[in-house]
Design a protein around this ligand. Structure first.
Ligand code: IDC
Length: 467
């Protein structure tokens, strides 16, 4: 027995030495880079670069690599300052990600063009040290392969799995206190498109799209709430119930737009939220968005509105998450020449709240993405509305920019709702005009380009944490 123990001890020491040697060997290699082609289309592609620092902690970094083909060009990138000279590409860390501890990672991405076979980049270095960790191969078939591990959320609906949500740190967290990302769709104005929200369309949203949430967009003006407060309140409640019956979260959007100052609707907001919060307090699936897109109003004006409406919600429904719109059409101020610092320095005086960020992918690109990335480290953010097209709700879809945005939101676990789950005659609508007059919401033929892209993105497994 003693001999056996001694033998085991020697073996264990040998293993320990091996492990220690293994660690040292990787530490000496400095860095690892995982490169992926996230998607590829005619002449264009999106690349993802994940850096892991295997050396000692750095307070600034520059990644360099070479593009093998003359036709490969980075056209825009995010989460770093990107440049390219000939075949040499450089990406330098930004304020919020330039410190990398040992084992720390940074996720970067870019869009590029190519003319040949789009071979993988070579010669990755981080601060001049070769990244000898393995460099992933670009995926020749960008279709995502299904996750072989079972989805813990597969057996239950999003609301079954996650339960009552709350804000923890800068994240939206579930009943296990773990960060989650909800992916879903927004209605169009329910005063115009109520025929789009029926059993068949909501079944398709929950079952085919596997949507986690339905944003219920109740305009206040433009023939909305102000014309029939009781009728619109009842309509919103009924949609909350229909989302609940399918296990989806319901985001109640008090869709202020014109006029842009939410204080114009302060009394209406108090009346509306007192009523819907009391009626839905016992439900786990409700989130309140108290103003859609403040515009032409200062942050302090919005904050003042929020600090009067939030107590009304809390008085009736104390534990629900509340989302506050931000300056410049919920751009965190960027569309007004400002940024998130006005909120960071003067936050709404309330807990369990998040701030809204909206974008339209064909109009809002790098400077908006970098603001969002930076702000996400400081503020709980929820993309309660975004479009794949221009800010008018029309024009061409920008697939590259949309995918760049959605990759960023996935990475940061920021929840989102796409404008719109409707058949409005505009390119932001998921369905072709006339779809809502019929009963088919499931076949590919009823989808617009935007709807097809969103259905693909939303229907992938959620993998919500369950412990
Ligand atoms: C647009 C609709 C369009 C409608 C217009 C005015 O798509 O059919 O005529 O509103 O009500 C927003 C707003 C959202 C806009 C959307 C597209 O929140 O109400 O919808 N958009 O312009 N912010 C940025 C873009």
């Amino acid at each position: 027995m003693k001999r056996l123990l001694a033998l085991l001890a020697t073996f264990a020491t040998a293993l320990g030495l091996l492990a220690a040697f293994g660690t040292q060997a990787s530490a000496a290699s400095g860095c690892k880079v995982e490169y992926t082609v996230v998607s590829q289309w005619n002449g264009g592609f999106q690349g993802g670069v994940k850096i892991t620092n295997l050396g000692s902690s750095v307070s600034g970094w520059t990644l360099r690599f070479a593009m093998p083909d003359a036709g490969q060009k980075v056209t825009q990138g995010w989460n770093a300052t990107w440049s390219q000279s000939g075949s040499a590409v450089t990406a330098a860390g930004l304020d919020w990600n330039r410190t990398l501890a040992t084992g720390g990672t940074a996720d970067l991405g870019f869009q590029g063009t190519f003319t040949g076979a789009n071979p993988k980049p070579t010669a990755f270095t981080l601060n001049g040290v070769a990244c000898t960790g393995s460099v992933g191969q670009p995926d020749p078939d960008p279709t995502p392969t299904p996750d072989p591990t079972p989805d813990p959320g597969e057996d239950g609906t999003p609301v079954d799995v996650n339960g009552q949500l709350h804000v923890c740190g800068v994240n939206l967290c579930n009943q296990y206190n773990r960060p989650v990302q909800l992916r879903g769709m927004s209605t169009h104005g329910i005063q115009w498109f109520s025929e789009c929200y029926n059993n068949a369309s909501l079944d398709a949203l929950a079952n085919d799209w596997k949507s986690d949430l339905l944003r219920i967009s109740m305009y206040v003006q433009e023939e909305g709430y102000e014309t029939d407060p009781a009728g619109f309140t009842a309509k919103v409640n009924s949609l909350v119930d229909q989302a609940e019956a399918r296990g989806m979260y319901a985001l109640i959007d008090f869709h202020t737009l014109t006029p842009g100052d939410p204080n114009y609707n302060l009394e209406r907001a108090k009346t509306f939220f007192a009523s819907v919060a009391a009626r839905n307090a016992g439900k786990k699936n409700v989130i309140y968005e108290i103003t859609n897109e403040p515009n032409g109003v200062s942050w302090s004006g919005i904050k003042n509105y929020a600090e009067q409406v939030i107590p009304v919600v809390r008085g009736a429904d104390p534990d629900a998450v509340v989302i506050v719109g931000t300056r410049g059409w919920s751009s965190l101020g960027v569309s007004d020449g400002s940024n998130e610092s006005e909120i960071v320095n003067n936050p709404v005086n309330a807990t369990n709240i998040m701030y809204a960020f909206h974008f339209y992918a064909a109009s809002h690109k790098d400077n908006y993405r970098s603001t969002l990335s930076r702000a996400a480290a400081r503020l709980p953010l929820f993309v309660t509305e975004f479009g794949t097209v221009s800010a008018t709700g029309g024009g061409a879809m920008d697939a590259g920019s949309t995918n760049a945005w959605l990759d960023l939101l996935d990475q940061l676990k920021i929840s989102y709702a796409n404008w719109t789950y409707s058949d409005a005659p505009e390119s932001s609508a998921a369905f072709k005009p006339g779809t809502c007059g019929g009963s088919d919401y499931s076949s590919g033929g009823v989808l617009n380009e935007s709807g097809a892209l969103l259905k693909n993105r939303i229907s992938t497994p959620d993998n919500f944490p369950t412990s």
